[in-house]
Design a protein around this ligand. Structure first.
Ligand SMILES: [Zn+2]
Length: 287
């Protein structure tokens, strides 16, 4: 394991020339009750004592992965980005550098990214596709989300569209529809997206298979350590029963095959493993 510099939270060689770096594109805050969804407060209260603020919000990191392979570079997630209005930034408690300056500090030129893949199109994952001035932040990159996600994100269901910034998504819709995935797709040799649904209709995970290590990013199906329990889903999950089923199946594979897992919003211990624990899983951090 090597740390490139202080902009890189964690990095690892996966074998066969594949390497991954975790960069955190700032933080924001979300309501604790909404994040813990259907779970009774008495079960989660003690887990959040250290980070809950006066407005009952938790600190959520915007974890992004830069995957390097002999075939090219993939960026997983773009965070909130530079375009959110000041009022919304204040309401959501956004702090820290967005993805482009964070990547530069980590030593990666945004123009060297070949593929950008996002787990889904909610504002805190797809907000960094454009720069503040409206140019493409990753000018050479294709942009891969699931086609099912685009359809629901640009649709009209009032419950489902609340988490999407539709005016922003319309600006990148042509790029997004050009490269959209219909199910599982290998982006580059060893790097694949796999549809999961659940959190959103077209939510997807990313798997990176190196020669010695497999890394899994399950997006917002596995955002914090407590997400390891398949039944602990957020109130933001639009299809919670699908989340429970997808988590049980994917986490089982991750545990069986010893995958390294990166959590989408965990600020402190974002890299770990899933371990079977009675009828659920437990998250054990490695950093
Ligand atoms: Zn999220």
């Amino acid at each position: 394991m090597t740390t490139l510099n202080d902009a890189v939270h964690w990095s690892a060689e996966l074998g066969g020339g594949a390497r991954v770096a975790l960069v955190q594109a700032g933080t924001f805050r979300s309501d604790a009750g909404a994040l813990l969804g259907p779970v009774p407060r008495i079960l989660w209260d003690r887990l959040v004592q250290d980070e809950i603020d006066g407005e009952h919000r938790l600190l959520q990191a915007l974890n992004c992965l830069l995957v390097e392979t002999p075939g090219g570079r993939v960026l997983v997630e773009t965070g909130i980005g530079e375009r959110l209005a000041d009022k919304a930034r204040g309401m959501r408690g956004v702090e820290g550098d967005p993805i482009v300056p964070t990547l530069r500090r980590a030593g990666f030129d945004p123009a060297s990214v070949d593929v950008v893949a996002v787990s889904h199109l909610h504002f805190d994952h797809a907000g960094g596709i454009l720069t503040a001035g409206g140019a493409r932040a990753f000018p050479r990159a294709s942009f891969v989300a699931q086609r099912a996600e685009w359809e629901i994100a640009l649709g009209e269901n009032p419950r489902l569209v609340a988490s999407y910034d539709q005016p922003e998504l319309r600006l990148v819709r042509d790029l997004g529809l050009r490269d959209a995935a219909d199910g599982e797709r290998e982006l580059l040799p060893g790097v694949s997206v796999i549809p999961t649904g659940g959190h959103s209709a077209g939510h997807q995970g990313v798997l990176v298979r190196g020669r010695t290590m497999t890394l899994a990013f399950f997006g917002d199906l596995c955002m914090r350590p407590w997400s390891a329990n398949p039944r602990w889903v957020t109130a933001f999950d639009d299809f919670p029963l699908d989340s429970v089923a997808a988590k049980a199946s994917l986490f089982g594979r991750a545990a069986d095959e010893g995958w390294t897992v990166v959590l989408s919003h965990e600020p402190v211990h974002p890299v770990g493993r899933l371990v079977p624990d009675r009828d659920r899983f437990r998250y054990e951090p490695v950093v």
